[in-house]
Design a protein around this ligand. Structure first.
Ligand code: HAM
Length: 421
């Protein structure tokens, strides 16, 4: 019997793991410079956290959640997203003092979707959430963080789409106008959209069916129905984005797939991702903390889909993030013993160093170095030990250099200043 990974779930390993590490490192440093703290929550939560938080009529809750009962009959679910969990943890540990209000997270999420390119049943998100801030500049600040992560990674061709979804005051009015428009079209829309009209009409605007998109072209736009406070807020966000020199496009059709949003909603889209074109999404959720049993504290955040970001960076042939690798090709037991000490020294100084003590043929050792993509091979045998000099082979240029045994470390340190190791 062959045991494989579960459908829609993947192992993440070499070679692409180095890209994951690079992304995580860049994101952590950007978040920490902006005074965010990492928060790790369990992947398993009470089901009610998500049904109440994300909204019962969303696809995530209706069709995609991994929900089950444990051995004691407790209703649990694998988290389909990070926001609800972070809000739960904020309420449980931090809301009372509000000493910590800015959090980031990196971890796997689970949605029972139909797997296809860029859409998996387990996928990773890097996200950030800010509590206690109402000001529109904070919305722009949060958007700017995602933008900064993409820019630092050298990601090209991503477009920021922005919308305002209004608030409790103005959305009912918009909903009414939208319903009037949709009711006229009902018979022309797909089956899912016909149901959406009854349960969650805003979601019709998000339908990926080309015919629905075409028929709803003339749908009323939310920003035409915003109340004065929401207009001012939306203006404020845009003003700050202009200040940050972050280009954006107002997209009245972008409604997001979760029900907790109010006012600002945004997505970063890429033409290179195919049908699953969002590499990140987020927005403001001023009632979620309260709805989940906490105090009335506003919130805003976003999440980046890691698999999608990794695949976009791979398309761009970004410069290799691998650190230089040194292989020790030692022939004979005296040389092997010297190599062992040298390997420990090089590793301690930050160099990726490895060896193979099984083989006693230089040809085999160099083949091994080549197979494992070593940048340098250090060749040492009895002759080198006697002469006190080692051969350093540059595996790319295939050139060789002689270096005194006691200068190997200094040689690599001069070649690679500390930050490159
Ligand atoms: P979301 O738009 O559902 O938002 O997901 C954020 C990102 O996760 C998407 O833009 C996409 O890159 C990635 N993603 C979503 N589903 C999948 C999937 N099945 N396979 C691969 N990647 C996927 C949220 O989850 C919100 N919690 C974001 C947020 C944070 N809003 C406020 N704070």
């Amino acid at each position: 019997m062959k045991i494989t990974s579960v459908k829609g779930m993947h192992d993440v390993g070499p070679p692409e793991i180095s890209s994951w590490h690079r992304i995580e490192k860049v994101a952590r440093s950007i978040f920490e410079n902006a005074h965010f703290y990492e928060l790790r929550t369990p992947p398993l939560e009470e089901e009610i956290l998500f049904t109440r938080g994300i909204g019962n009529t969303t696809d995530i809750i209706e069709k995609e959640m991994y929900a089950f009962e444990d051995r004691k009959g407790r209703k649990l679910a694998l988290r389909p997203e990070g926001t609800a969990s972070i809000v739960r943890s904020f309420i449980e540990h931090y809301a009372a003092t509000q000493q910590y209000e800015r959090f980031y997270y990196i971890g796997p999420m689970f949605r029972y979707e139909r797997p296809q390119k860029g859409r998996y049943r387990q996928f990773y998100q890097i996200g950030a959430e800010v509590f206690g801030a109402k000001h529109p500049f904070v919305d722009a600040e949060v958007i700017a963080l995602a933008h900064e992560i993409f820019k630092t990674l050298g990601l090209k061709k991503v477009a920021l789409h922005l919308n305002s979804l209004g608030c409790k005051v103005c959305r009912p009015d918009y909903r009414k106008a939208l319903l009037e428009f949709l009711n006229e079209l009902q018979s022309k829309l797909c089956e899912d959209c016909q149901k959406r009209i009854l349960k969650n009409p805003l979601r019709v605007l998000d339908c990926k069916n080309a015919s629905c998109t075409q028929h709803t072209q003339g749908a009323p736009a939310m920003f035409e129905h915003l109340c004065k406070d929401c207009v001012d807020h939306f203006e404020g966000v845009q003003q700050a984005l202009r200040k940050f020199s972050i280009p954006y496009e107002v997209n009245p059709r972008m409604v997001r797939g979760l029900d907790y949003y109010e006012r600002t909603a945004f997505e970063f889209l890429s033409g290179d991702l195919g049908a699953q074109n969002a590499v990140a999404g987020g927005g403001r959720y001023d009632d979620l903390v309260k709805d989940l049993g906490g105090p009335s504290v506003p919130g805003i955040g976003f999440a980046i889909g890691l698999e999608r970001l990794v695949s976009l960076l791979a398309l761009q042939e970004s410069p290799s993030s691998e650190r230089p690798k040194i292989f020790l090709a030692a022939l004979g037991s005296a040389a092997q013993s010297w190599a062992l000490t040298c390997m420990a020294q090089l590793r301690k100084t930050g160099f990726v160093t490895f060896s193979n003590f099984e083989s006693h043929s230089l040809k085999h050792l160099l083949k091994h170095a080549d197979k494992h993509k070593a940048d340098y091979a250090l060749i040492i045998g009895d002759n080198e030990l006697q002469s006190g000099k080692i051969q350093i082979k540059d595996m790319k240029s295939q050139t060789q250099k002689e270096v005194p045994l006691d200068s190997v470390l200094a040689y690599f340190e001069s070649l690679f200043p500390h930050k490159e190791r």
